[in-house]
Design a protein around this ligand. Structure first.
Ligand code: AMP
Ligand code: MG
Length: 481
């Protein structure tokens, strides 16, 4: 396809130049009759790509992998990971990286197909994906982006015209995922299993050059990469806690070194506040429950540290000591960032000795009274919501009076910036996906539009801002199959 200049593709495939053990060169498996379902023109614009230049048919061919843009060197990435605590060799079993597109402003974007057919890493899987889960990833990842949370993004979804067999036949689809990279903690774990210091050095250098060039010249790059990653992941998980996002499958292969949220399988948003909230059908122990996310982040970071110990110091004892010391600081660092975030949500500017109590009392109230997490803060911002009765009780009023005394001139502004008025609520997500599977994309697009501006007051919000009448305690999510 001579579309390089038409569309604006500009591939530079640095990952494909890494040692052979990191990758397996492979093309997407062509599909029967691709049909474009959705294309993210805003994201395309940010990438400097113009898809208006080609017709729907060409778009469908492109985003199904039936016709690849010039300059791609497609590959599956090797990685490993701890899944629910158990170590496994994984790799892209149903994804193919087309390469890295470089925008005019010199930004590097990984462009990857998810659901593009089998690879040597597929194990017993079919390499394919179903339409519902791919649209779900599209919707939620774009919502996360609009919530100002680092995330991989979604450029397009096509139907393949082939069924995928799950519990029942489902329409097949391919998602085009865009990320600042797909390097994971699991990538380091894979290279660690190879016991090859050169390869480990290569991965560390590559990662630093690509994501954290500011530490390229540091004396101990591996150590600095660890501390940088700790900060990045704390920032990320604090953001998840801010909006009530539950990732659902925080395996080490699903933790990106870039600090972006990755892998929208069984994720969901919390309605009524409870740290134990967990929707994933396979997470029986609540390992990845809302309130466990910081602890699991720390656990994953410790696994990362183990991979690079030999580069932190050639003396094993010293390396372990240095890594342990920095991992041990996680709790305090997290606590501080989380506390600042909660203060922002409540508009608490400056320091006051009672701030901790105000926050913990509210959390306790929300939990005891099963209050909606998002809407509690909307109520406190005097947002127009119809569930004010939920907050009319003595306990809540007493707390509110105490809180109000602590407010200052700019409190409200700070709260508006920190508290979304809309999140992708599970029942709404399910409804729009159901319509999309029945070929009616209008509800999906409507919800997508509402999620684009989560911090502003818009009429469209009203439809999406309430939890289901009977709650969602029985709601279950599944790994993105
Ligand atoms: P995930 O649960 O999406 O993080 O995937 C975990 C691992 O399973 C990764 O190696 C995926 O590539 C692989 N995988 C998931 N679904 C499939 C599938 N349908 N076919 C092949 N591999 C898959
Ligand atoms: Mg994954």
């Amino acid at each position: 396809m001579s579309d390089k200049n038409k569309i604006g593709w500009n591939f530079d495939n640095s990952y494909s130049n890494l040692p052979k053990s990191f990758i397996y060169e492979i093309s997407p498996v062509p599909v029967k009759s691709p049909e474009l379902i959705i294309l993210n023109y805003d994201l395309a614009d940010q990438m400097g790509l113009n898809f208006f230049k080609i017709d729907k048919e060409e778009q469908a061919k492109l985003f199904s992998g039936n016709s690849l843009p010039k300059g791609t060197k497609s590959l599956a990435q090797a990685y490993a990971g701890h899944q629910f605590g158990h170590f496994t060799i994984l790799g892209d079993g149903r994804a193919v990286l087309l390469g890295e597109h470089i925008s005019k402003s010199n930004q590097r974007f990984d462009v990857q197909f998810k659901g593009s057919g089998q690879t040597p890493f597929s194990r017993s899987g079919d390499g394919r994906a179903a339409l519902g889960p791919m649209l779900r990833e599209y919707l939620i990842s774009e919502a996360m982006h609009s919530l100002n949370i680092p995330t991989t993004r979604s450029l397009a979804v096509v139907r393949t015209g082939e069924d995928v067999i799950r519990e029942r036949p489902l329409p097949g689809a391919i998602l085009t995922r865009v990320a600042s990279s797909h390097i994971r903690v699991g990538t380091f774990q894979f290279i660690k299993t190879r016991d090859n210091l050169d390869e480990l050095n290569t991965l560390v250098d590559y990662t630093i050059k690509r994501h954290y060039p500011e530490i390229l010249k540091s004396k101990n790059k591996a150590y600095d990469l660890l501390t940088t990653l700790i900060n990045k992941q704390i920032e990320l998980v604090v953001n998840w806690m801010r909006v009530g996002f539950i990732h659902g499958v925080m395996n080490t292969d699903n933790m990106a070194i870039s600090g972006e949220t990755i892998d929208y399988g069984p994720c969901a948003f919390m309605n009524s506040y409870n740290p134990g909230t967990c929707f994933s059908s396979i997470d029986h122990m609540g390992r990845y429950a809302y309130g466990n996310q910081p602890a699991i982040t720390k656990w994953n970071l410790a696994r990362f540290a183990e991979c690079i110990l030999s580069l932190i110091s050639p003396k094993k004892d010293e390396a372990v000591k240095m890594a342990t010391e920095v991992i041990d600081k996680f709790d305090k660092q997290y606590e501080k960032k989380w506390f600042d975030m909660m203060k922002n949500k409540l508009g608490l500017i400056g320091d006051d000795k009672d701030d901790k109590v105000i926050i913990s009392e509210l959390l306790e109230l929300m939990k005891d009274q099963e209050l909606d997490y998002t809407n509690t803060f909307c109520f406190l911002m005097n947002s127009e919501i119809s569930i004010k009765n939920d907050f009319q009780n003595n306990k809540f009023n007493n707390w509110k009076m105490k809180w109000q005394k602590r407010l200052t001139k700019d409190s409200h502004k700070l709260m508006e910036y920190s508290n979304p008025k809309i999140i992708p609520r599970n029942h709404n997500v399910e409804n729009v996906l159901k319509s999309a599977e029945d070929n009616d994309l209008a509800p999906f697009n409507d919800m997508l539009k509402a999620l684009k501006n989560p911090y502003t007051n818009q009429e469209i919000l009203a439809k999406y801002r309430y939890p289901p009448a009977k709650g969602d305690k029985k709601y279950q999510t599944f790994c993105g199959t």
